[in-house]
Write a new protein. Structure first.
Lengths: 275, 375
């Protein structure tokens, strides 16, 4: 790992701002391992992030990086990818970032199927602003804006993206780091819009308030509640109660990639220009 | 050149942008700017460009900033409600210093307002829409011919000074079709942002003599960081008060430093005038007509028209107003530019506001009536 850090991280920006025990560092490690496996040239990678603890990842990655506005990372990334399709574009978002303020951009990015890879850090809370509930906080949890417990139903990010038309959807965790690397590699190689939801932990603003004594306990929770998608298929529904599937959840190669489709527009425009 | 065309203001904006090298447009339909999106959708794919209809104006603004990061000249167009939605990302472009152009075809507001009626109610919003002190350039054409040339100039200024530039149109100008005869001076040249010097180390937000750091396009071998957090010259966040002060002064002051290149003001029969009209956009068409007819009647009336409305042409207005009997500021709002004029003349000349907020253009006759009253 040390070697990969030297190769892909801006070591002069260390130490990072994340709290001790935060899951974000694990995701960053899984990501650079994936990049190394993919063999991408650092100059050819663009990393785009929103605002939140998760959004700070772009400051540490040694690529073309841009830290945008809260919820809008996918919009910026769309402009980058469309105008320089050669770049490998990765978009990092938090749960609030991706499905609250940025929910509209997320579903439309899924629908368009432009070849980018989104990595969503789902820690079920607004980490950066100090522990307000998010659209993925489960019911009856404690948050600074839910001192009497949350009442809102929660979103299943992966299902939302499948429904909206993403052509590669996977879910990993910060506990299953090796699996996460595999999923990022597959997502990046998939020609179309891919989403990797990462169940991760915020010990400081979620764990402490919700009876987790340590980051390790939160990792253990991920281990115990994440069920491999293949295994889950064979399980009775009631056994999946309160659990979530991990691994590749959906893949389609039938829907054309956005720029491929756009090629038809260019062709039609050029034909019209001919005398 | 001397080529005649029948063009609407909206179409002229598109032609001017294309001539300046724009190859990316992202937008969301809204009256009275929609024809701009329609025209880009038709024009861009055949010129190696991309047209994107985004899910809203926030995304449109984000997409053009992203496109600009790769070195592509990018534009969006909107009107009131959409322009309000764009403000956060316009502020981002201002502080991260990403070139981009926003065409705002003003309609009557606030809120949904009168969607098909003109207004000049966004004059102050174009300057102060985003939160925080920030630089911006705003250009307000008043004919289709000028919409062509000034949109081209807007693209070039955004590239040269790494700043968002707003082309401030209104419903009348956007929809009005007029015969445009392009002459040599209308020729739009393509100006590109300054790139890094290959012989020295690249500092993304370097302090240079001209106040404008070089821009490295994404994917050209310079790996660096862009953020809307206040950053130092390396591009990484800082909250060191000395560095924060230094960069924010540079970012804001670069506009003042280049005011002479950015400014454009039209003077019509100002020198011997007793009464001066200060107007911009389509209201200036009425003002121009009032001046013309009053002059025919031997009345000493002149007009100053800021074409670049922000930075506000303080000196031009001060000089033009000096010694006049009165200054009249007609606007299709409750009085926004008049505040700038009052600030500039600072009590040395009486300033009269003439405001109309019924969704109709101020007529030359209304201006004549006020001028005759004053005389
Ligand atoms: C437009 C806007 N609204 C609100 C905020 C404040 N804000 C910053 S981060 C954040 C939420 C972060 O939560 P999440 O997206 O889940 O990221 P995390 O910090 O948990 O990684 C909020 C509400 C902001 N920066 N911009
Ligand atoms: S607040 Fe939570 S998400 Fe943010 S760095 Fe700390 S532990 Fe991580
Ligand atoms: Mg979160």
């Amino acid at each position: 790992m040390g070697e990969l850090h030297e190769k892909y991280l801006r070591m002069n920006k260390m130490p990072h701002i994340w709290c001790a025990g935060c899951g974000n560092g694990i995701i960053m490690g899984a990501f650079i391992t994936a990049i190394d496996r993919l063999g991408y040239d650092k100059d050819e990678v663009a990393a785009v992030s929103g605002i939140g603890c998760s959004g700070r990842i772009t400051g540490y990655l040694d690529f073309n990086t841009i830290h945008t506005t809260h919820g809008r990372a996918l919009a910026f990334a769309t402009g980058i990818k469309l105008t320089k399709p050669r770049l490998k574009v990765f978009v990092f978002m938090g749960d609030g970032d991706a499905v609250a303020i940025g929910g509209n951009h997320l579903i439309h990015a899924c629908r368009r199927n432009l070849d980018m890879t989104a990595v969503i850090f789902n820690n079920h809370i607004y980490g950066m602003t100090g522990g307000q509930f998010s659209p993925t906080t489960f019911k009856n949890k404690s948050a600074t804006t839910a001192p009497y417990g949350t009442t809102d139903p929660d979103f299943d990010i992966a299902q939302l993206c499948i429904g909206a038309g993403a052509t590669y959807v996977a879910r990993g965790t910060s506990y299953h780091a090796r699996l996460l690397t595999d999923l990022i590699v597959k997502g990046a190689e998939h020609p179309g819009f891919s989403v990797i939801e990462v169940i991760t932990h915020c010990p400081v603003n979620f764990g402490r308030r919700n009876n987790f004594e340590s980051p390790a306990q939160m990792l253990l929770w991920q281990k115990e509640h994440g069920v491999a998608a293949r295994k889950a298929k064979a399980m009775p529904l009631e056994d999946m109660e309160g659990k979530f599937t991990i691994g590749e959840l959906y893949r389609s190669t039938e829907i054309p990639e956005y720029l491929e489709e756009y090629g038809r527009v260019i062709q039609a425009a050029n034909e019209e220009k001919q005398p | 050149m001397a080529e005649a065309k029948l063009l609407s203001g909206n179409d002229a904006c598109v032609q001017g942008a294309l001539a300046a090298g724009v190859r990316f447009f992202a937008g969301y339909p809204i009256t009275p700017s929609t024809e701009i999106a329609n025209a880009f959708a038709r024009e861009l794919p055949g010129r190696g460009g991309i047209f994107m209809q985004m899910e809203d104006e926030i995304a449109s603004m984000g997409a053009i900033i992203g496109a600009s990061c790769t070195g592509t000249k990018a534009v969006t167009a909107t009107s009131g409600p959409g322009f309000s939605l764009m403000q956060e990302n316009i502020g981002y472009a201002a502080v991260a210093e990403i070139p981009c152009v926003i065409i705002n075809v003003m309609r009557y507001g606030p809120s949904t307002g009168l969607p098909t009626s003109p207004s000049q109610g966004d004059f102050m919003q174009t300057r102060w829409g985003p939160h925080g002190d920030h630089p911006v350039i705003v250009i307000a054409p008043y004919t289709a011919r000028e919409a062509y040339r000034e949109t081209g100039r807007a693209v070039n200024l955004s590239e040269r000074y790494r700043v968002p530039v707003i082309v401030l149109m209104d419903e009348i100008l956007g929809h009005l079709r007029e015969r445009v005869e392009f002459r040599d001076e209308d020729l739009v040249q393509e100006i590109n942002r300054k790139g890094p010097d290959p012989d020295s180390t690249f500092l993304p937000y370097e302090y240079t003599e001209d106040g404008v750091p070089p821009f490295a396009n994404f994917g050209t071998g310079y790996r660096y960081h862009i953020t809307g957090l206040i950053h130092d010259e390396t591009g990484f966040p800082t909250n060191n008060p000395v560095e924060v002060d230094r960069i924010m002064r540079r970012v804001n002051e670069k506009i003042e430093l280049h005011r002479r290149d950015i400014a454009r003001t039209q003077f019509v029969e100002v020198d011997d005038a007793d009464i001066l009209v200060v107007a911009f956009g389509s209201v200036a068409r009425s003002a121009h007509e009032a001046v013309r007819t009053l002059r025919q009647e031997g009345k000493a009336v002149g007009m100053v028209r800021p074409v670049t409305v922000w930075p506000f042409p303080d000196e031009d207005i001060r000089k033009a107003a000096a010694g006049k009997k009165a200054v009249i500021v007609p606007e299709m709002n409750l009085g926004q530019m008049v505040r700038e004029v009052e600030r500039v003349v600072a009590g040395t000349v009486p300033v009269h506001a003439l405001n109309r907020i019924d969704g109709l253009l101020i007529t030359p006759q209304e201006m004549r009536d006020l001028i005759e009253d004053i005389q």
